[in-house]
Design a protein around this ligand. Structure first.
Ligand code: ATP
Ligand code: MG
Length: 203
């Protein structure tokens, strides 16, 4: 490439970048609202709960108050609990009842309701900056918790409170209500190659 062509290329790159910067700056200037954000992390790929707990760590790192309700009783996500409880994060884990294996609908519903009541208390507490409702989507899909009740609690929460909901197949009405929605797509997963869930990495 001649020197002249290289200069032209550099010039075009600079112009493009200036345009990008102008666009971004204008958007930043226009985004002047302060409010709690409702986030949904859904889809079949890996990373939803990981991202939810990452956000909790971020809040705690700024000395903010965060709380977690886990709607599936299981062995995973224990690593985060061990760490974050030490940092003052309140955890409510669905005690007995629902796992992927249970078949006792009545018991599951009761366990889900108990966990949801904890969530409702958190959603009325304006001292809590961030609430993570991990795997909540299943409770709605299984009709263990009434959709309307979930929507009402989310709508009436403190104005500055952030809420993150994770889980596959999130109900469209929750997606509609949310401010930020990300769908994690499974392009590959090691599990499908026979790699079992690894301590400290998957849970
Ligand atoms: P993670 O907790 O790792 O962020 P996740 O919250 O996105 O995962 P879940 O649907 O809650 O995904 O799955 C819980 C467990 O199943 C985790 O151990 C995770 O690694 C594993 N998992 C997630 N996605 C897949 C997938 N597409 N295939 C197989 N296993 C998966
Ligand atoms: Mg998860």
């Amino acid at each position: 490439m001649t020197q002249e062509r290289e200069q032209q290329k550099a010039q075009r790159h600079k112009q493009r970048q200036q345009k990008v910067k102008q666009g971004v700056d204008a958007k930043i200037a226009a985004a002047d609202k302060e409010q709690g954000v409702l986030v949904v992390l859904t889809g079949n790929g890996k990373g939803k709960s990981t991202a939810g707990f990452g956000s909790v760590a971020r809040a705690v790192g700024h000395d903010q108050k965060a709380a977690v309700v886990q709607f599936i009783k299981g062995t995973w996500a224990c690593g985060e609990r061990n760490l974050l409880e030490k940092a003052g994060v309140a955890f409510h884990v669905m005690g007995t009842g629902f796992t992927w294996e249970t078949q006792d609908r009545e018991k599951d519903t009761q366990a889900a309701m108990e966990a949801w009541e904890q969530a409702e208390t958190l959603l009325q507490d304006d001292t809590i900056n961030l609430v993570l409702l991990d795997e909540l989507t299943y409770m709605v899909s299984y009709h263990y918790i009434e959709l309307e009740r979930v929507l009402t609690a989310l709508k009436n929460r403190p104005k500055m409170q952030h809420v993150i909901i994770t889980g596959r197949a999130c109900h469209r009405d929750i997606i509609e209500l949310a401010d930020t929605v990300s769908e994690v797509q499974p392009i590959k997963h090691a599990f499908n190659d026979g790699v079992k869930a690894q301590l400290g990495f998957d849970y």
